[in-house]
Design a binder for this molecule. Structure first.
Ligand code: HEM
Length: 380
């Protein structure tokens, strides 16, 4: 018989006030822990194994079909074949100067020697402006910023009605963009138009499919890019030697950014559901168990990284799980990395120093997000 799975309360005050510290302690004490929400996997090896076993760890965790996030094999591969080319290296190279212009303008407008919040004044506006420019949704920036704030609060509240209303509000923003291209005579040359005219297995996508894909390109990711920038700016401000090194040689920014996000991963978990009995260490999880892959914990596993806080970009890169692994590995990684590298590069190029503000304290984010809620800094 399988030993009892230890329990924990991921949404308790004690856990929320120190998420990373709790994950570190849980990981060394037990590979899995259960709460009424499901069973969490904390260790790198278990998270990697589950993510690479989509047959026994299904992504069909809700009734709401989400493309490609909640699709299992073999159908999943057909959707990824349609989606992945939108993030090709060639397309990112074309987009890069536009993101650079957005980041340069944002950074140029920031005051110097005055306390600003890197999440609210750099992360969120950059994420929204870059995303709307990429998708051809100019003019929706304010609605998206307001939506991000409401989505964040609704998700935290756990109130189903509220999260449902937020999802519907988002579908309306996306739906209007699709409609403009389908019936409004507007066919701007952008990825939204391309998606509206895309085919799968020789048939055009229907509106629900297009909206679902666009929701997953936008809704989940605006928040991740904004939160990632908070983590990066905080790391630079608290590691002056790394900041100096990257000022002198910004060519190392891509692996540096990945490593900063590994140490403090803003994208905490993804869900799966077991399709048969699976073993994790000595524990047996019956079919139908809801499982959380805890990327933030796996990314700090001492068994793989030694000291979780040690900054070693090259050495840790092969085991970095910030963008997941397996068939659902993040297709948006090239876009996210480009936006993060370009923005960090703009900040370093246009300033001589990034420091934590002397008159305010950074505040941590809490589940379902990691990283920082506020990062008060001063630019020199
Ligand atoms: C710092 C920013 C980002 C982080 C940390 C991140 C992280 C992740 C992770 C961990 C997964 C794996 C999910 C799973 O296994 O269930 C994922 C999947 C996904 N990401 Fe990202 N992501 C980021 C940005 C983006 C962007 C910019 C886009 C698109 C514009 C994007 C689109 C997606 C999609 C569509 C999936 C689902 C893929 C599938 O199910 O096959 N992500 N992301």
């Amino acid at each position: 018989m399988s030993p009892h799975i230890p329990s924990w309360e991921p949404l308790s005050e004690a856990v929320l006030s120190d998420q990373l510290g709790t994950y570190d302690r849980m990981r060394s004490a037990c590979p899995v822990a259960a709460s009424p929400r499901g069973v969490t996997l904390f260790r790198h090896a278990d998270v990697v194994a589950a993510a690479n076993d989509p047959v026994r760890f299904s992504s069909v965790t809700t009734l709401r079909r989400s493309i490609p996030n909640s699709i299992d094999p073999p159908e999943h591969a057909r959707w990824r074949a349609l989606i992945d080319p939108f993030f090709s290296a060639e397309r990112m190279a074309v987009l890069q100067p536009r993101v650079r212009a957005i980041a340069d303008a944002l950074v140029a407008g920031l005051p110097r020697h005055t306390t600003i919040d890197a999440v609210a004044e750099i992360g969120r506006p950059l994420a929204v402006r870059a995303q709307t420019d990429w998708l051809g949704w100019q003019g929706t920036e304010d609605r998206l910023l307001a939506w991000m704030a409401e989505n964040h609060d609704a998700t935290r509240s756990g109130d189903r009605e509220r999260t449902g209303a937020v999802a519907a509000a988002f579908d309306e923003i996306v739906g209007a963009q699709v409609e403009r291209r389908r019936f409004g005579g507007a066919e701007p040359d952008d990825p939204t138009t391309e998606l509206v005219s895309a085919h799968l297995d020789g048939r055009p996508l229907d509106d629900a499919e297009i909206v679902s894909i666009l929701r997953n390109w936008t809704a989940g990711d605006l928040g991740s890019v904004a939160a990632a920038l908070g983590v990066i700016v905080h790391f630079l401000a608290t590691h002056p030697e790394v900041q100096q090194e990257l000022r002198s040689d910004p060519s190392g920014l891509a692996p540096a950014v990945d490593e900063m996000l590994r140490i403090d991963d803003p994208f905490l978990v993804n869900r799966r559901v077991t399709t048969e009995t699976v073993r994790i260490g000595d524990h047996e999880l019956p079919a139908g168990t809801r499982v959380y892959l805890n990327w933030a914990s796996a990314n700090r596993d001492e068994a793989v990284f030694g000291d979780p806080a040690a900054y070693r970009p090259e050495e840790h890169a092969p085991h970095n799980l910030v963008y997941g692994t397996g068939i659902h590995v993040c297709p948006g990684r090239p876009l996210a990395t480009m936006e993060l590298v370009v923005t960090a590069g703009s900040l370093l190029a246009a300033t001589s120093g990034i420091e934590l503000a002397p008159d305010a304290t950074p505040a941590r984010e809490t589940y379902p997000v990691g990283g920082w809620r506020h990062v008060p800094i001063q630019l020199r």
